[in-house]
Design a protein around this ligand. Structure first.
Ligand SMILES: [Zn+2]
Length: 443
């Protein structure tokens, strides 16, 4: 895709600066005006959505959309996968640009084919630039990423280098250089590469940054040129924020996104929450009965990307959970989320039949210096396996102690099976899953 003209990028940024402070009813009215266009298009051009909309009582322009909306059934990933080509629009209205294709596997290992328009990508890039602006990035500084790169062009020791950042920042501003290294690179080699680049900003998966920070702490490496780390693709634990402060004295800036839905929410620069990217997506959080959650409640994340007409997703459950927040004191009126529990973070099945997210296990493991990496895997309703990469094996006393303190975090005193391994592989999407549950969830 050619770089967008600077004028378009800057005009959109100015619009986003205005809309992030609109009164909520105005924001919602504009979202529903865009939803009306999306639904009319999906009804006419996307066979999967046509069937679903008509079955739930959609009658085109006559429909009172705000009343009708909660009656649209939730779209599951399994339905989307089964629909295959029927999920794609046959034709596009003018002005949406070319269609790009990709695939995502999620944590299930079941690939899902995706299509995205240039317009949807333009909005996603605009939200990414907005996050950089909120957090006061110096665009002339050096940027480095340790990322998933299926092209294989960013192998150690050289990695891949470009003279500018690219994307919307590169289109609108004079930028510093950008560098990329493939995330499968061993941590010590990553650290060596980063020290050679001396970036001001480092982008990676949270799990990888945790490994790098521990490596730096252990080897007494100081990175004084580093100003912030940027994360996306996995859940950020509060423990990672503390670790990055301790080791590098830098903040973690997180972007919540999903391959199938683009940018969903951005970390607030002034408060401890995320703002929904409401100009790009209608994001709902609903409980098990499908009712909207209120502040302080955690539920399923449903997304309706507003601009991707190539593959209309309407109330799609992407498998993540989030906690709804209250209005933010920063003055931005965009809705807030206080916690995001991504799909890399599976829920465990308790003997009571309840499903629960383990509560901050990273904090517990951080108290055991011998443990370099962990993965919690529920193998069956009764058995939880703890896979550990260690400097030295834990003694029987330490294992018993860890079993005890983990009971609280896991929600039940599971008997733990300790398995010592040399490494814990990433999933096919390049992401690291610190908690896996092999007991299937009901759909
Ligand atoms: Zn805020």
């Amino acid at each position: 895709m050619p770089p967008p003209p600077a004028a378009n990028v800057l005009a959109l940024q100015a619009q986003l600066q205005a809309s992030e402070r609109w009164p909520l009813p105005d924001l919602r009215r504009r979202q529903f005006a865009q939803l009306a266009l999306l639904l009319a298009h999906a009804d006419a051009e996307a066979p999967l959505q046509h069937g679903r909309l008509r079955a739930s009582g959609y009658r085109g322009a006559e429909t009172d959309l705000e009343t009708f909306w909660p009656h649209i059934p939730i779209l599951t990933r399994a339905e989307l996968q089964a629909a295959d080509d029927a999920a794609f629009a046959v034709r596009l209205p003018p002005g949406h640009g070319k269609i790009g294709g990709s695939a995502t596997s999620g944590s299930t290992g079941m690939p899902l084919r995706l299509r995205k328009t240039e317009l949807a990508q333009f909005m996603a890039d605009a939200q990414a630039l907005r996050l950089q602006s909120w957090h006061g990035l110096d665009f002339t500084a050096t940027l480095a990423g340790v990322q998933h790169d299926p092209s294989g062009n960013s192998a150690y020791p050289a990695g891949f280098s470009a003279p500018g950042w690219g994307g919307h920042a590169g289109a609108a501003f004079a930028t510093g250089s950008a560098h990329r290294l493939g995330v499968p690179t061993p941590v010590a080699e990553q650290a060596e590469w980063i020290a050679r680049i001396e970036p001001a900003y480092l982008v990676s998966f949270p799990s990888n940054l945790g490994g790098l920070a521990r490596h730096c702490r252990e080897h007494g490496l100081a990175w004084p040129w580093l100003r912030s780390v940027f994360t996306r693709g996995e859940v950020v634990d509060p423990a990672l924020r503390t670790l990055c402060r301790e080791v590098w004295n830098v903040p973690v800036v997180d972007c919540y996104s999903a391959e199938e839905a683009g940018v969903l929410a951005l970390q607030c620069p002034d408060a401890d929450c995320y703002h929904v990217a409401a100009e790009s997506v209608l994001l709902e959080v609903v409980d098990e009965a499908g009712r909207a959650c209120g502040p302080g409640e955690t539920g399923h994340v449903l997304v309706t990307p507003l601009h991707n007409f190539a593959m209309p997703l309407i109330r799609c459950a992407i498998g993540d959970y989030a906690e709804v927040g209250s209005p933010c004191a920063c003055g931005r009126t965009l809705p807030t989320l206080t916690r995001i529990l991504g799909r890399s973070r599976a829920r465990l099945l308790l003997p009571s039949g309840e499903r629960r997210f383990p509560y901050n296990p990273a904090r517990i493991f951080s108290r055991y210096p011998a443990i370099q990496q962990y993965q919690i895997v529920q193998r069956s309703p009764e058995l939880v396996e703890l896979r550990l990469v260690v400097r030295e094996r834990l003694g029987a006393g330490a294992e018993a102690d860890l079993t005890n303190v983990l009971a609280n975090a896991l929600g039940h005193a599971f008997p733990l099976r300790f398995v010592y391994v040399d490494s814990i592989p990433r999933g096919p999407d390049g992401k690291f899953h610190d908690i896996l549950c092999e007991v299937p969830e009901p759909d």
